[in-house]
Design a protein around this ligand. Structure first.
Ligand code: BES
Ligand code: MN
Ligand code: ZN
Length: 496
């Protein structure tokens, strides 16, 4: 595996007897019914759990918790954590309770090499979904990005080789998928958090080459600027023109099915830094524009999960990568370029650069005769206005495909919501001087951006996912989120 999660997850079919566990995490529902695992723990603790319920200290309300230290046999620590009403447990509550439980254990120094996690008995959230959410939440809780801090950080976290046994008799099949997804989200976070002076287009290309080296089923091809020019990708080339970093078109092919099987293609926006170019962005928070390659990161990470799971499906990842900089030779507003498709574009705003790199990548995708194409991009600020930070936008030339991806997002607890694209919006892109302009004015910015892309995706089933709002958290917890890796991984699993 490319990135080892700091917690090693495994699975147990039987009710926990807590053999040699150091810590046990036990959910307690609001009805305070003692599950078989809670009964065993209560006996080990000489009735302390029942006593805490009787005294009102343990209520079973969401996140209400108590850590029992145990000096008899069995685990040294027994953490009982409330889930709320068992028939009202949902994904958000499930994430909250695992986050709270793990930070309570982390706050308690001492050996935590071997941990056991029991799942809630719930009519509203099955064990497979709880397993998925637990592994994602615990992995996120363990994530840190401190490779550029010179002093080693005291995270007071689990030792490097800590393991977490998930007691889930009905959910063994979910484990492998969830571990691969959580590890891929860590990879996506790392790529998104890396600064623009390290994570350049060349760096992304090196990551793809390194991934290909790990498996005979994977092949990486890097298309350099001179080959792009030969292919007629002048639109992609126009974006990196003012940068000293060479643009790269990265092709990563995974063959898990028969060679003749049409591949599912993922295309990622890989702007490793977006200054806006000559249409320069304001200075405040510009540092965050290092995350403008999170589409590329989520596509590469999903590919890594596919490799880890050895999925029987053919996948092609295409990353269009450039750095958008102002310079004496940079593209200017009003410049007209010819795309690989032959269509011409008047670049009215150099800050609408994502669509300019993606359009040539979408034309390139035609050569794979794809079963489907999904592109992922931090494409528009307007998407944050429309959907905020919780839901990605999905737009497609095929309504059924959009519905399918929304369902996939729901299945993966990585939600996306469809916005319309239609001819009425296409008119906003008209240009006096070229086939189209690269901007459509202020109204419906996410939709007109997708309308631009749709013009280059006419020959196959295509969807576009805008992750401008979901890929990044600002403020105190600033950093990349790993979205929409779960959706992409589930999408590919569903095709296998
Ligand atoms: N990378 C940005 C979009 C973005 C903005 C992502 C904020 C995440 C947070 C994109 O390249 C961009 O600048 N889009 C412009 C388009 C406009 C000029 C039509 C935007 O959204 O303002
Ligand atoms: Mn931009
Ligand atoms: Zn951008």
């Amino acid at each position: 595996m490319y990135l080892e999660p700091k917690l090693k997850y495994s699975h147990s079919n039987t009710i926990a007897d807590f053999g040699d566990a150091c810590s046990a995490i036990l959910p307690l529902a609001a009805d305070q019914h003692l599950t078989p695992s809670l009964q065993i723990a209560d006996t080990l603790l000489g009735g302390a759990i029942s006593a805490a319920i009787a005294s009102g200290d343990l209520t079973g309300k969401l996140k209400n918790q108590h850590l029992f230290l145990n000096s008899t046999s069995g685990p040294k620590r027994i953490l009982v954590v409330g889930t709320g009403a068992s028939e009202k447990l949902n994904d958000s509550k499930c994430r909250q309770l695992h986050k709270a439980a793990w930070s309570a254990l982390k706050a308690n120094p001492g050996q935590r090499v071997h941990n056991e996690l029991c799942l809630a008995q719930s009519s509203s959230l099955n064990q497979a979904d709880q397993t998925r959410l637990a592994i994602e939440t615990l992995t996120k809780s363990q994530y840190s990005f401190d490779q550029f801090k010179s002093k080693s950080q005291d995270h007071n976290e689990a030792p490097a080789k800590a393991d977490m046994v998930i007691v889930a008799p009905e959910a063994e099949g979910q484990l492998k998928q969830s571990i691969a997804t959580a590890a891929a989200m860590d990879m996506c976070r790392d790529l998104g958090n890396l600064p623009g002076n390290i994570c350049t287009p060349s760096y992304l290309a090196e990551q793809a080459i390194a991934m290909a080296a790990t498996s005979p089923k994977v092949q990486a091809d890097i298309i350099e600027e001179d080959s792009m020019a030969e292919l007629g990708m002048h639109c992609l080339l126009s974006v990196g023109k003012g940068s000293n970093e060479a643009s790269k078109l990265i092709i990563l092919k995974y063959q898990g099915a028969a060679e003749a099987t049409a591949p599912h293609v993922l295309v990622g926006k890989g702007i490793t830094f977006d200054t806006g170019g000559i249409s320069l962005k304001p200075g405040a928070s510009m540092d965050e524009m290092k995350y403008d390659m999170c589409g590329a990161a989520s596509v590469l990470a999903a590919m890594q999960a596919v490799i880890d799971m050895a999925l029987p499906v053919n996948v092609v990842a295409i990353v269009a990568s450039a750095e958008n900089m102002p310079a004496g030779n940079a593209t200017k507003p009003g410049d007209i370029v010819t795309t690989m498709s032959g269509k011409t574009v008047e670049i009215l705003n150099t800050d609408a650069e994502g669509r300019l790199v993606l359009c040539d990548a979408l034309t390139y995708a035609e050569r794979f005769n794809p079963a489907s194409v999904v592109d992922v991009a931090t494409l528009t600020g307007a998407c944050i206005i429309a959907l905020g930070h919780h839901t990605s936008a999905v737009l497609s030339n095929d309504d059924e495909f959009a519905q399918e991806l929304m369902a996939t997002g729901k299945q993966a607890f990585d939600t996306a919501w469809q916005l319309p694209i239609g001819d009425a919006y296409q008119e906003q892109l008209s240009s006096n001087f070229a086939d189209m302009a690269n901007i459509g004015g202020r109204p419906a910015g996410t939709i007109t951006a997708a309308c631009f892309l749709a013009r280059f995706a006419e020959s196959y089933k295509w969807a576009h996912i805008d992750i401008a709002g979901t890929a990044w958290t600002s403020g105190k917890a600033k950093g990349a989120t790993g979205r929409c890796v779960p959706l992409l991984v589930q999408h590919l699993i569903n095709q296998a």
